[in-house]
Design a protein around this ligand. Structure first.
Ligand code: B1M
Length: 211
């Protein structure tokens, strides 16, 4: 679809205003929000990621692309998030200590809200102690940790250990995810669940809350 290609290209160029108006046009054309997200915004961000890896674009280019991504997702959020639904549980979500990537974490948060889960967003660079203290404060049943760097994914193990030390390990489901994370890693650190993408994360969260 032409408009989705235009969204992807505008995002790659970091043109937040264009992304915003193109996403709005796509919504007005009744294209499904998930399709706009996956085939427009995320397509563009994936291309930026490959170019970043190949040194064809640099951190400032990635930052403006990330800003454009946020402008687009802000328009989609009301369409992805259910309105007025009774909360079925609470989740503390954050990107682990040392890691500032928050786009994937924000998408996971939106999808959880879309399933009627109350989300307490701890932000980025969240220490294991912060995760635990927020989970206690809000009596959350879920702790959701995101990591995008191979150097920070080890922090997820610290969250599992901190939950253990705080005596709340059997009261919370710890779910992990992010580009470098996989099922084998999740099991190796003693996490309860892993999800490869935001939509699956929401399904896994619902299953965990039901069980
Ligand atoms: Co960074 N960065 N970055 N970056 N960046 C990556 C991650 C990298 C893979 C790029 C590359 O080399 N190809 C690379 C990491 C290499 C590695 O560790 N193996 C990298 C690097 C090296 C860095 C810096 C070190 C660069 C530097 O400064 N020299 C630096 C680190 C800063 C820090 O965190 N301390 C850095 C900085 C940045 C920016 C600030 C410029 C920017 C972030 C802006 C922001 O987030 N607000 C940025 C970006 C945008 C990227 C890429 C291009 C895109 C990430 C993204 O948002 N993807 C990324 C390359 C790539 O991933 N292709 C890259 C879209 C997002 C929707 O996907 O986050 O994977 P993702 O989330 C998915 C799934 O993973 C999953 O669901 C989401 C949607 O389906 N998911 C979960 C995520 N969390 C989940 C949790 C769950 C379940 C599923 O359960 C709880």
């Amino acid at each position: 679809m032409e408009i989705l290609r235009q969204i992807s290209e505008a995002l790659q160029k970091g043109k937040a205003k264009d992304v915003k108006s193109l996403v709005q046009s796509a919504v007005d054309e009744k294209i499904a929000a998930e399709k706009i997200l996956n085939e427009g915004l995320l397509d563009g961000m994936n291309i930026v990621g490959v170019k970043f890896k190949n040194n064809e674009v640099y951190v400032p280019d990635v930052l403006v692309a990330a800003r454009a991504m946020k402008a687009g997702t802000a328009i989609l959020k009301p369409l992805l998030v259910a309105d007025g639904v009774q909360a079925i549980g609470k989740a503390v979500i954050g990107t682990v200590k040392g890691d500032l990537h928050d786009i994937g974490k924000n998408l996971v948060g939106m999808m959880l809200e879309g399933k009627g889960i109350e989300v307490i967003d701890a932000g980025t660079d969240v220490s294991a102690e912060q995760f635990i203290s927020l989970a206690r404060e809000h009596q959350a049943q879920l702790i959701c940790c995101s990591a995008l760097l191979t150097t920070t994914m080890g922090e997820m193990k610290a969250v599992v250990q901190a939950a253990d030390a705080a005596g709340i390990r059997d009261q919370v489901t710890i779910m992990v995810g992010g580009a470098p994370v996989n099922e084998t890693f999740a099991q190796s650190i003693g996490a309860d669940a892993y999800a490869p993408d935001a939509a699956t994360a929401a399904e896994v969260a619902v299953t965990a809350l039901a069980g």
